[in-house]
Design a protein around this ligand. Sequence first.
Ligand SMILES: Nc1ncnc2c1ncn2[C@@H]1O[C@H](COP(=O)(O)OP(=O)(O)O)[C@@H](O)[C@H]1O
Ligand SMILES: [Mg+2]
Length: 346
Amino acid sequence: MMSDEDWAESLRRGHWQGAVRPQSASPLSLEIHCGHAPNSAHCFMVVLDISERGERQRQYEELQRTVDRLASTQEQLLQSEKMASIGQLAAGVAHEINNPIGYVGSNLGTLQDYSTALLALVQKYHEAMFSEDPGARRDELLQARQRLDIDYIVGDLPNLLKESREGIERVTKIVQDLKDFSRVGRDQKMQPADLLQGLDSTLNIVWNDLKYKIRLEKHYGSLPPVECLASEINQVFLNLLLNAGQAIEQRGTIELASGCDDQEAWISITDSGCGIPPEALPHLFDPFFTTKPIGRGTGLGLAISYGIIAKHHGRIDVSSRVGQGSTFRVVLPIRQPRAEPPAPTV
Ligand SMILES: Nc1ncnc2c1ncn2[C@@H]1O[C@H](COP(=O)(O)OP(=O)(O)O)[C@@H](O)[C@H]1O
Ligand SMILES: [Mg+2]
């Protein structure tokens, strides 16, 4: 096991330490301590079976790799759920954008006709003004004004411009709201944010899907800025709003409410939908738990929302009654707890 040189060294220096691997046995750690008395030399040896330590080290590294893999899988899931919900919304959003773009386009066509008529009239005024007897052209000008429908144009023009401007503002707003969702939360810093504004932007995105069957009620109590990753919290609102909408078959109500005390702020989303049976409640936040048909439900929305809210040191409370509806209440601390300051050194 040990070479002659190792023995000689342990005798010379009084100490030797090393690992040895006996043939067909597990590795051992050896420590030899030698001492000399006048008539004798004595030695003692500490033998440790390090195979188990090696095994534990290997298990630890394996576990570490699994944790790393899980962290990156979670990141991917978060992103893919975001993408899935965006995909689900894309059709609605396309419609929502198409509609204003459609009427802005048609308004532009009309405005082009109006400006042609107005320019033609301006041209006639110009010609009359520089003619020998401008007064004699008065009737002609009045007729041209009538023929070109100028009175109608003058009345309609401001409406067309106002409507077109609103259409463009609506598209701009939708695009801004969508931008919030295309970012992954990584590397962002928690910052004080207006939760109600986030909820309203999110609502704006899903509203196209909901507006035909939902009556919306808002009971917002004012909230202070809440320290959070706004884009991730919006992702939670999106999941809860989509679930609320999907829980309502025909027609129903979604009620949004908010409130706070000096520590916490809360937002609740209540639907008058199908409700959740008591036996499903403990599983709601399990990844892949879904009662929806394939293609409609991934079972990831609430699991991911739970993760996001837990990261913010908050919680999601659920209460529900089958046949009557459900309330999901997101509670967040207004300020994130700080890491413990290091103990003062004396
Ligand atoms: N507002 C709600 N009303 C009724 N059931 C709900 C509601 N929200 C969630 N659920 C139930 O929880 C399950 C999991 O929700 P979620 O994680 O968002 O996945 P998914 O919506 O893809 O099924 C849903 O399939 C549904 O059974
Ligand atoms: Mg869902």
